[in-house]
Design a protein around this ligand. Structure first.
Ligand SMILES: [Zn+2]
Ligand SMILES: [Zn+2]
Length: 863
């Protein structure tokens, strides 16, 4: 036993954490590709480098780190990579804001440089927080999607899917943000409730209601329900569009709701998704009235060049002037908006690149993955089932992976680069060979770039070592941790891409975490002012406090409300644990002790409780139930170890000899196990405690495998604890000081118990375990009268009645007769009028009796 310096009285989380952070080395956490240990690869989420590692990230990363640390302790070769999903709108929008420009104000390369610079600075800020949080990130497996080493793989995956027929280009209506000037995917459309106006106007004799009169120039048909008698025989008739004058057909379609307004609706290209359906189904014209900048096209005539809002007002004015606007009503509407800038989306038809969605293929793969919690699979099934359009992957932006293709200027042929030449920027680079079709050397590089999900959806391929030839060496990954808000994007696209490129499901398991809500129960947002930054918590309570909150706050998968009280409670638990550790270390260091197996009841009991705790915590960790694991550790450490066991064995610890050896051995083993159980959750604290009792780092130790079975010790130990607790209460109730002498205590147990004198010492009692027949004599020492009954029945005669009862023989007091004589008169004895009060005697001396779990305990205070 090494004599360690005395531990400080107070646990200073900040000092301890900063000290260990300087000592720990990154290399410890590197994945070893040559290892013979089983692999455990975590397909971690690459966050947007916003520069702000928010508390939602912290929750997600805490889960990942609990898993990584637990697996390492269980002998796995763990990869906990860290990616950065750099491309995309958030960064471009930020650069535009910061520099007060739009993307077209500076050359493309200059704009990209600004984006890269911003991104690298942000990554550095977030790395700092992640290190402070003690995440065991494998920094040798860091990837940055804007770097050539990564986007080469994105381009390679594009080419391979193009060759396999998964990717195609087509003119097709897509969701389009006219502020960001780019197409966006359905998954990126956010919905907002807005109040707008429904305008009823005269359309060539029919009444039509629309919330978007500015689309009148794009009207291509009027539709009615085929069963609507008001329009029987009118199908095919030409209708003249008011204000614009072009003619459109009147068509019939089952999807029209005849109960809405006049039952006639106008179809425009495109007001909403329904318009797209009708447009395709009835082979209608395409009239593009809004361009990609959100301005009205020349098709809009005198409204041409106006923004959509301006045009709406102008069209309504024109309708009023022409006397065709009949009335307006308020309308509650769900409007699709750009997820990033909240601009209402338009549906525009443009040439775009698409990825084919094969629903069955994706569902098959999704079912091969084990979902935690299980019900999250339903969200995936639901989303896949609703897919109607293919995934639009082209974006008209700049800071993104270029689409690696050219078009021949002379014959229009699509020209692809060699895989070996990737990465390329087709707007800068030229093909290595002339056009394979016509031999021309004039090319136009594709200007469109890829949706950022095209980068991040191959994260799993990247971390498992994909090189473009089928299944990667370490594929599939063991687990994908992620939030439930990106099931329909990141999880969905990742499965799609893994299946397309390798033919298999990307992971064995997926672990879905919830969202963090503010203290007010609402989603954290700047406008609500309920944001809590991880740094704020760390500098008050340490990273361990935040980590413990993440573990204990909610069941995995549920949303979790941030609450300062939970962090304070976490910190209090650490204080308690620190006090336990200090006490144990002090006892162990006080004098040498001989290690021995548990023989005394309390030692056997604690060993059995520890063993059960290890089983419970291990099962919870295997099921990713971190709250359950931590609860089991906490109950064991706080209640069983500190409040019960240590109180019981203090006497032995303060003494000498075998009794002390047993208690010290048990405590040393227990504290060692506790440090290991806590290591995944509060790594700094566990390391600090472990360093006081063990050799090396707790994080290099194997997971606890301690097993001790002793059912008798469990039952008898519970009884012992209950006995001590009842007798303490007795002392308290009788005004005896807690360490004052209690007298002679006899415990009438059914079988012999050897507690090594623990109970006697802790209670300061002369305690005897008695197994024979109890030589306890029961006497009636008093009679308890029920005055409610007696007063009502006997009124003034109550006292004579009670005197008569007192004169009865003992037998009659225990079993009252039907009548008794009161002053010579026979009176009936009412029910429940009185009952005997017993006293107990041992060897003629009166004792107090209590029962503890059906066991009789006598207390002779005078002895
Ligand atoms: Zn936008
Ligand atoms: Zn050509």
């Amino acid at each position: 036993m090494s004599a360690s310096p005395q531990l400080p009285k107070q646990y200073d989380a900040i000092e301890v954490e900063e000290r260990w952070q300087r000592i720990w080395r990154d290399e410890t956490n590197y994945f070893d590709p040559t290892s013979t240990k089983p692999q455990f690869i975590i397909d971690t989420p690459p966050p947007y480098p916003t520069g702000n590692f928010h508390i939602g990230n912290a929750l997600n990363w805490c889960y990942i780190d609990f898993i990584a640390r637990y697996r390492r302790m269980n002998g796995y070769n763990v990869m906990f990579p860290q990616g950065w999903d750099c491309h995309g709108l958030p960064t471009e929008v930020k650069v535009e804001e910061t520099h007060g420009i739009t993307k077209n104000d500076v050359p493309r390369e200059e704009f990209r440089r600004m984006c890269r610079e911003l991104t690298l600075g942000n990554i550095e800020k977030m790395r700092t927080t992640m290190r402070r949080m003690a995440f065991t990130t494998d920094w040798s497996n860091e990837y940055i999607t804007m770097m050539p080493a990564y986007y080469r793989k994105t381009q390679l995956s594009f080419l391979q899917m193009l060759k396999k027929g998964y990717i195609y280009q087509s003119e097709h209506p897509v969701n389009f943000c006219t502020r960001c000037e780019t197409a966006i995917a359905f998954a990126e459309v956010a919905y907002e409730e807005r109040t707008t106006k429904l305008n009823f106007f005269d359309f060539d004799g029919l009444e039509i209601a629309t919330s978007r009169p500015e689309l009148l120039a794009a009207c291509v048909a009027v539709a009615v329900h085929p069963g609507d008698e008001r329009y029987t025989g009118m199908a095919g008739r030409k209708m003249k569009v008011p204000l614009f004058g072009h003619e459109v057909p009147l068509i019939e379609d089952e999807a029209v709701d005849p109960a809405f307004g006049s039952g006639a609706v106008m179809i425009c290209t495109f007001g909403d998704k329904q318009d797209v359906h009708w447009w395709k189904q009835h082979h209608l014209d395409l009239r593009t009235a809004i361009d990609s900048h959100g301005k009205m096209t020349p098709l809009a005539g005198k409204f041409s060049g106006m923004g959509t809002e301006e045009c709406r007002a102008a069209v309504l004015d024109a309708m009023r002037e022409g006397g065709i606007l009949k009335r307006q009503e308020p309308l509650e509407q769900r409007v699709g908006t750009c997820w990033r800038c909240k601009t209402p989306i338009e549906i525009l038809s443009e040439r775009q690149w698409f990825v084919k969605i094969n629903q069955d293929e994706i569902l098959d793969a999704a079912h091969q993955v084990s979902w935690n919690p299980e019900h999250m699979l339903l969200r995936m099934e639901d989303w896949v089932g609703k897919m109607e359009w293919d995934w639009c992957i082209s974006r008209q932006r700049i800071f993104a992976t270029p689409i690696p293709v050219w078009f021949c200027k002379d014959c229009g042929e699509l020209v692809l680069p060699e895989e070996a030449d990737l990465p390329i920027d087709p707007t800068v680079d030229t093909p290595a060979h002339p056009c394979p079709k016509c031999g021309s050397t004039n090319f136009i590089g594709e200007k469109d770039v890829l949706d950022t999900w095209m980068d991040s959806s191959i994260s799993v391929l990247n971390v498992t070592g994909w090189d473009g030839t089928g299944k990667p060496a370490h594929f599939p990954a063991q687990i994908r941790p992620q939030g439930h808000d990106i099931i329909r994007t990141w999880a969905f696209y990742s499965i799609l891409r893994a299946v397309a490129l390798t033919g298999g499901a990307p992971w064995e398991e997926i672990l879905v975490n919830g969202m963090v809500l503010g203290e007010d129960g609402f989603k954290m947002s700047k406008s609500r002012g309920n944001i809590i930054a991880p740094e704020e918590i760390i500098c008050k309570y340490g990273a361990d406090g935040l980590r413990q909150w993440a573990a204990a706050g909610a069941a995995t998968g549920s949303d979790i409300m941030f609450n300062w009280n939970d962090v304070v409670a976490a910190s209090r638990f650490q204080t308690k644990l620190w006090n336990i550790t200090r006490f144990v270390v002090m006892q162990l260091d006080r004098a040498e002790y001989r290690h021995q197996e548990p023989t005394v009841l309390a030692d056997r009991w604690l060993s059995a409780k520890l063993s059960a705790t290890v089983v419970e915590v291990t099962a919870a960790m295997d099921a990713y139930q971190f709250d359950r694991a931590l609860r089991a550790i906490r109950e064991f450490a706080w209640e069983v170890l500190a409040d019960e066991y240590i109180e019981l064995v203090k006497g032995r610890l303060y003494g000498e000899g075998e009794g002390r050896d047993g208690a010290c051995s048990t405590l040393a083993l227990t504290l060692d196990a506790l440090c290991r159980l806590l290591a995944p959750f509060i790594p700094y604290f566990a390391e600090e405690c472990f360093s006081a009792i063990g050799e090396g780092s707790v994080h290099a130790q194997p997971w606890v495998s301690y097993a001790y079975s002793d059912p008798e010790a469990l039952t008898d130990g519970e009884f012992l604890v209950a006995l001590v607790s009842e007798l303490r209460r007795y002392k308290h109730d009788h005004g005896i000081a807690l360490n004052g002498p209690l007298g002679k205590v006899t415990v009438m147990v059914p079988h012999p118990i050897d507690d090594g004198g623990d109970a006697a010492r802790t209670l300061n009692a002369d305690l005897h375990w008695h197994t024979g027949p109890a030589d306890l004599e029961q006497v009636i020492s008093d009679i308890k009268f029920n005055m409610a009954v007696i007063g009502k029945t006997f009124r003034k005669e109550a006292k004579p009645f009670m005197d008569a009862v007192k004169a009865l023989p003992e037998e009659a007091i225990e079993h009252p007769p039907a009548t008794i004589q009161v002053n010579g008169v026979e009176v009936a004895v009412p029910e429940n009028a009185f009952s005997p009060v017993y006293s107990y005697m041992i060897e003629g001396e009166q004792v107090d009796v209590i029962t503890v779990r059906d066991v009789i305990v006598t207390i002779q205070r005078s002895a």
